[in-house]
Design a protein around this ligand. Structure first.
Ligand code: HEC
Ligand code: HEC
Ligand code: HEC
Ligand code: HEC
Ligand code: HEC
Length: 403
């Protein structure tokens, strides 16, 4: 890693004023203006207050990463690195104006917006990160999808909520920026290139039939889980475990190997990596995310004789200029064959595959002192045994068990 400024994330930023006629990037302003009153009929805009009536939706949202967008240990670590640009981070991570302690107005220089103390700052709301209002509150109304309910608050049916647009204000942000800062969230473009039918919601908000508010009719709605990498932010409760079980990882991986080989011969194996389920690159989003596949071969006595690692992700250099060095991520539906060879030991062999999805490298996690913070998870494990040609397959190497 040759990163000069170890922001584990690539920070975004519109350094230059937008050219005349170009819209300003959405992240230069809060999604709900500071000081805005709650929609008529409501006393607050916090997820906690919405959750009084939308109980199940709020419970799902609380388990989602959106609810951790402020409290996340890595986010807190990075935010402190360069406080001058922090105001921009907040417009995606705590996107309502009153979730922010300051009112900042862009000047064209991301390091020096005009700043003023926000007298209507709500510290408890800030803790909620990307909360209900980020997607649902607009001009004093609640954006919804039905329009025929008896809500105690004004509802405006919004096509926007059904499409990718509501997600892409935060999930599509590519900008070069100051020399050492770049923003590289390209999930929206990757999704367009995929060209499938499903929207972001179609995969990330599974359908469910239930009342959407206490006492309301049973309806077709969507779970507010926003599951993705399935890398938890902290230890999972039983309820969270049950949510995680509703979503399958994007990757299918397997080891192709012959069943037997003569001792001393060169065994030709293949690692197959298939982006089977993500409607965009895998990994997507934050440029530090990567998949790490490790193939380990042991001989009949359990001694490791061969280890190969294959990384899928982007590599960036941050200093002296932010630059993407390479990118070998798997596009949607892409199936990649990675060949490898090892010398066949006498007495048979056991090959194992472990694929980890990591949100941050070990080095960067150590830099941010993220003790105990889950930095990745194992998405695939596989195991194959190879017998020595001529030997009985009934006597596989010690400890070998397929499956
Ligand atoms: C990241 C954006 C986002 C956040 C945060 C969010 N929602 Fe939603 N919500 C949506 C979208 C998108 C839909 C529409 C899904 C569809 O039908 O296509 C929706 C639908 C709904 C519906 C209609 C019923 C249903 O189940 O589809 C209700 C009610 C609702 N949200 C309440 C809430 C509450 C309460 C919170 C906070 C606890 C919340 N939402 C947080 C994006 C969000
Ligand atoms: C006092 C109870 C209550 C509170 C508080 C409340 N809602 Fe609702 N909401 C309802 C009811 C009741 C409905 C109608 C349910 C139905 O018809 O199925 C509703 C409907 C909705 C819908 C769907 C509207 C549609 O027609 O598509 C959304 C979205 C929604 N609420 C979001 C929110 C958000 C966000 C908050 C917090 C800022 C909130 N609600 C606070 C009771 C409440
Ligand atoms: C206001 C900004 C904002 C909006 C709007 C938004 N997101 Fe996010 N989303 C975030 C942030 C910030 C994170 C990262 C939070 C963290 O990791 O602490 C995130 C994370 C995610 C993840 C990653 C999950 C993981 O475990 O890796 C998924 C999936 C996701 N969002 C889906 C959606 C979908 C679908 C929509 C639209 C319905 C949406 N988001 C709308 C800001 C937003
Ligand atoms: C066809 C289903 C599908 C669609 C459509 C889809 N996603 Fe995903 N997405 C996935 C899967 C599966 C994963 C889990 C990848 C993995 O295994 O880590 C994922 C992961 C993510 C992640 C976490 C990054 C990562 O690689 O782990 C984000 C953020 C995300 N999606 C956002 C979006 C947004 C925004 C959209 C709409 C533009 C979208 N997704 C559309 C299936 C989908
Ligand atoms: C344009 C909106 C936007 C801005 C601005 C933004 N982020 Fe994020 N951030 C996101 C989204 C969306 C994710 C979800 C991660 C993904 O797509 O994989 C995220 C994820 C993260 C994560 C978690 C990464 C992971 O892999 O779990 C950290 C940490 C983070 N951001 C820090 C920051 C910091 C620090 C800043 C400001 C310097 C910032 N972000 C500015 C949208 C934004």
């Amino acid at each position: 890693m040759t990163r000069g400024l170890p922001f584990a994330l690539v920070v975004l930023l519109a350094l230059l004023p937008a050219r005349a006629g170009e819209p300003r990037p959405a992240w230069e302003s809060p999604r709900v203006p500071a000081g805005a009153a709650p929609p008529e009929g409501l006393t607050a805009m916090t997820a906690e207050s919405c959750g009084a009536c939308h109980v199940e939706i709020a419970a799902e949202w609380r388990a989602s990463v959106h609810a951790h967008a402020w409290t996340d240990a890595q986010f807190q670590g990075e935010l402190k690195k360069d406080p001058s640009v922090g105001w921009l981070c907040l417009n995606c991570h705590t996107p309502a104006g009153d979730q922010q302690a300051e009112r900042a107005e862009p000047t064209g220089d991301p390091k020096s917006p005009t700043r003023a103390v926000n007298p209507t700052f709500n510290a408890a709301w800030r803790e909620e990160g990307v909360s209900c209002a980020s997607c649902h509150v607009q001009d004093g109304k609640i954006l919804g999808v039905y329009g025929d309910g008896r809500a105690p608050h004004p509802v405006e049916v919004s096509e926007r909520l059904r499409g990718a647009e509501v997600c892409l204000g935060c999930h599509q942000a590519v900008a070069t920026v100051s020399p050492t800062l770049a923003c590289a969230f390209n999930t929206g473009e990757e999704w367009r290139a995929w060209g499938g039918e499903a929207t972001c919601q179609g995969c990330h908000m599974p359908e469910v039939t239930r009342p959407v508010a206490t006492g309301g009719p049973v309806r077709e709605g969507r779970r507010h889980l926003f599951l993705g990498s399935l890398i938890p932010k902290d230890a999972l409760s039983a309820e969270e475990e049950s949510y995680y079980a509703l979503f399958a990882a994007g990757l299918d991986a397997e080891l192709l190997l012959p069943d037997d080989a003569p001792a001393g011969s060169l065994v030709e194996g293949q690692l197959i990596l298939h982006n089977a389920r993500a409607g965009h690159h895998l990994p997507s989003g934050d440029p530090e995310r990567h998949l790490l596949a490790t193939v380990t071969v042991s001989d009949g006595a359990g001694r490791v004789i061969y280890v190969a690692r294959y990384r899928v992700g982007q590599r960036w250099r941050w200093w002296p200029e932010a630059e993407r060095l390479d990118d070998n991520r798997l596009a949607a539906n892409e199936r990649r064959v990675v060949p490898f060879t090892f010398p066949m030991p006498a007495g048979g062999a056991v090959a194992t595959l472990v694929v980890e999805h990591r949100r941050i490298s070990e080095e960067a996690a150590a830099y941010h002192a993220l003790d105990g913070y889950p930095t990745g998870r194992v998405v695939t494990e596989a195991r194959r045994t190879l017998t020595e040609t001529g030997q009985s397959p009934e006597n596989p190497p010690t400890g070998a068990q397929d499956g």
